[in-house]
Design a binder for this molecule. Sequence first.
Ligand SMILES: [Fe+2]
Length: 240
Amino acid sequence: MHYKMPILEENGYVVLRDYDGPVIGEEEYQHLGFMDWKSGGDTNFAPLASATGEMECGGFWEHGQPDKDGIWTKNEQVSPSLARYVRSIGVRFGRVRVIKLNPYTSREEAYRNLHLDDNNRLNPDGEGWVVRAWLELTHCPDSYMVLRHSKDDAASEHRVAAVRYRQLVVDTERLWHVVSHLGPEPRYALITSLESGPELERWISSQLPAGFALAAASPAREAGPGRSEAGSSQRRVRVA
Ligand SMILES: [Fe+2]
């Protein structure tokens, strides 16, 4: 058994308020060292933290460890803002990578790339479940992350627009996901593996949209926005 956060219990993800810190210049993600690594389409990944600190994108399990305790790579020097951002979360992190997603040729092609992640291999019993946080770096308002409870269940689909500085946390080992992106330019985003626990709950709580707070003990429903952007409405309550 692993510790899982109540905030993700109902929907498996939560949309936070948009990042409002210092501007992250495009040189901090476009000038990173990228590697040809395919995941969910025509993608390249720039590792900012890896299992060993080397420039590699593989699973931490290849080094006999869970997706935790990532070590900064030389890309950290290229992107001090993103490294600062990850440190500011204050949570045990594993893989930290910037994804460069080239456009799909069609929505259908994007949906064919729906997949689950492998975040918890070798995660010791009793520790926190590994989830992933996104920070969108480019502004692609016509693109969106598709989230489904099962691959072919369109009725369960939620969408989160890939707009600049959007932040969200997703249990990507539970939810099928892909970003439907038709371009014309590549889309960039920071993806960080994070350990579930009180520290991450504190950070999520600090990043909720104005007027929202985590529910204390019992589930509570809020009259939030529509399902496409609402995120995990269960246990996220509107406060006066
Ligand atoms: Fe994924």
